[in-house]
Write a protein that binds this ligand. Sequence first.
Ligand code: MN3
Length: 287
Amino acid sequence: MAEKDCYISALEKKLAEMSGIEVDQIRKNQLASAADEAKSIKEMADYVAGITVQQTAKAAQPSVLNPQIALMFDHIKAELGEEKGSHSLPPLQYDYAALEPHISGMIMEIHHTKHHQGYINNLKAAAAKLAEAEVSNDIAASNALYAALKFNGGGHLNHTIFWTNMAPNTSNGVPQPTGELLQAIEKDFGSFEKFQGDFTAASVAVKGSGWGWLGYCPRGDKLRVVTCQNQDPLQITHGLVPLLGLDVWEHAYYLQYKNLRPDYVKAFFNVINWENVASRYAKAKAK
Ligand code: MN3
């Protein structure tokens, strides 16, 4: 962890040197406390545009490319089948209004067509810059792009998983997991209700903007509930395979639930697609 922090702070310093953007401003662009996603997306677009690729190696070049850049694109390819730089908005498997009354059609439409699309636009811009940096063998500029690749690549990945984690509720009650997934939940959390409590508490408690997750730990063969800030991708952040994610950025619920995040998290449980979660679990376990 400390090594990672050290690496990040070295990157920030390098980026500040190269781009003329102050470290504080760079941190701000990591959007630790941003609540307004649209504004964040615009800021990130400016941030990517502000990075200049050097044609000649004027500054001392770091010799190591941040390996998380390749990992980010590997995870996107595994989820969406997309090659680096060629990304598009995946269609939903249900109508925007199909999750009502739990999540309104207006939220779903804006969230999908504006917010998710915004991440994709920025990811493509960042990937194009990365390709330029690779051609010039400008490792510093490549590494400097990681914040933007993580934020927008993470946004693309997280939202893609999130849409598939939900489905219209065809019953009257709260849908429940079954089979091996249910057994694993009971083994690792005690009961489904206990899991629901843990997931809810963690998601509600995310400070500012972020995500609540149920993830699979391959090393311990264990399910875990964790949270991520901003659009940080679960696998890169915690080493867990994402099974079930909940967007708790305010834009995901404000139009319907105002500031009542707990009500939104409760409503989410009515539209969880446990079949999708179970198939992700089976795939993760089989690896
Ligand atoms: Mn969102």
